[in-house]
Design a protein around this ligand. Structure first.
Ligand code: ZN
Length: 420
């Protein structure tokens, strides 16, 4: 059932005229930011596979490592541009003419320019003042535009930059016609409230689109991305599994979870979210990591319900304890019934799955047996199935029913496990 914006309490507030929650775009940076992940080393074939999978998923932009980073990086950039993907291809360069001249020859649709504007970076990294930054920005932007290519100008470490300096330079580059300006929380220090304030302020100063880039050092990357959209940003940088420098940036999957809760129709109309799991597996294999157990959507227990009270309600109506519908992602929900927190509704559902027939009272009785054994040790599904089957058999032939002792409860399970 689709929910209208007005009836969905998790969606954009209709009175919030700044919000782009229901019209956001994705700049997918697995092949740029993701290359900065400690385990990442993508060969050409892998980059092409990932680019095609991202394109198939439906991301709006694919951002690639700077062509001046290395000779192979430049060749790979050219190769991906030649694939003829639907997604626009971007490359990410320093705000410098040497880089810009190489970038515009690769065949990219757009160039993302970045320069450090914080006091820390100006003093300890490139050593340039704001006038110099503005002058080189203007030169690079006008050059890239003259080639008919999209251009984004972003500050680096925006949240630790002087707000007056920041707004001045954004106003300048907006006037000369950049397609987007970018805010980057390069060190992952920003919180959602600061993000809202900065994006909203910037929105009042520029007429172009606003892109945001959030690192996840303090765990706010998804929340900051959502808040940025609420405040009027249009584009969010993501990577598959959030891989990137240090512990990475806003993850594509996690942001999809957040956005689908806000506007399911929009997300499903643009992105093939049922391909998320394959996409994450592709990248996880390429960088040799596992999908985290608590990953939104694809973590192994993301749709597993355990407590008896939860299981009962989920069986009656999944919306009771699920804000996301696992079917949207081609994933099955799982009722974890093999434990001492289980309830008789979950056990009854397992009885039905086993195609056995027990009354509600009998299900309650066998549930008590499951809980009894669950207090002794961790249970497997086989354990519970054996308890159910033995109980069921006893009900059919009551004369064979053994005396109810704890040992008798355990023994049949052990026997059953050997035969299965
Ligand atoms: Zn970054």
């Amino acid at each position: 059932m689709s929910m209208s914006v007005q009836s969905n309490p998790y969606g954009p507030n209709p009175s919030d005229f700044l919000s782009n929650v229901n019209k956001f775009e994705l700049i997918e940076s697995t092949l740029r930011e993701g290359e900065q992940f400690s385990n990442a080393h993508f060969d050409t074939e892998t980059k092409i596979k990932i680019a095609k999978a991202l394109d198939d998923f439906g991301v709006d932009y694919i951002e690639l490592t700077s062509p001046v980073a290395s000779e192979q990086s430049r060749k790979d950039c050219e190769a991906i541009c030649k694939l003829g993907l639907k997604a626009k291809i971007l490359t990410h360069i320093r705000c410098h003419m040497d880089d810009a001249r190489v970038a515009v020859e690769t065949g990219v649709d757009g160039v993302d320019v970045v320069i450090g504007t914080s006091k820390f970076l100006r003093e300890h990294s490139h050593g340039k003042d704001m006038n110099y930054i503005a002058q080189s920005a203007i030169e690079v932007i006008e050059f890239v535009k003259s080639k008919g290519i999209e251009i984004r100008f972003s500050s680096e470490d925006s949240f630790r930059s002087d707000i007056v300096d920041l707004l001045n330079i954004y106003r300048t580059v907006d006037k000369i016609g950049v397609n987007r300006v970018g805010i980057a929380d390069t060190v992952g220090c920003a919180n959602p409230r600061q993000v809202y304030e900065l994006v909203k302020t910037l929105k009042s100063v520029v007429s172009c689109d606003i892109e945001c880039h959030f690192h996840n050092d303090t765990g706010c990357a998804i929340a900051n991305a959502y808040t940025a959209l609420e405040a009027g940003a249009k584009l969010i940088d993501v990577s598959v599994l959030g891989i990137g420098e240090r512990n990475g940036i806003t993850p594509l999957g996690g942001l999809m979870a957040r956005m689908i809760a806000a506007d399911r129709d929009y997300v499903l109309s643009k992105y093939k979210v049922h391909k998320l799991r394959d996409l994450e597996n592709l990248v996880a294999n390429a960088v040799q990591v596992n999908i985290p157990f608590n990953n939104p959507i694809t973590g192994f227990c993301a749709f597993t319900h355990k407590a008896g009270i939860h299981a009962k309600a989920i069986l009656a109506n999944p919306s009771t304890y699920e804000i996301l519908n696992p079917e949207d992602f081609g994933i099955s929900r799982y009722i974890h019934f093999a434990n001492r927190l289980t309830g008789w509704n979950a056990i009854k559902s397992r009885v039905d799955q086993l195609n056995l027939h027990l009354t509600d009272d009998q299900c309650k009785e066998v549930t008590a047996k499951v809980k009894q054994m669950g207090d002794i040790r961790q249970l497997s599904i086989d354990d519970v199935d054996s308890i159910i089957r033995d109980f069921h058999a006893e009900q059919q032939t009551p004369s064979l029913r053994p005396a109810p002792t704890t040992e008798d409860d355990i023994e049949p399970v052990a026997k059953k496990q050997k035969t299965e």
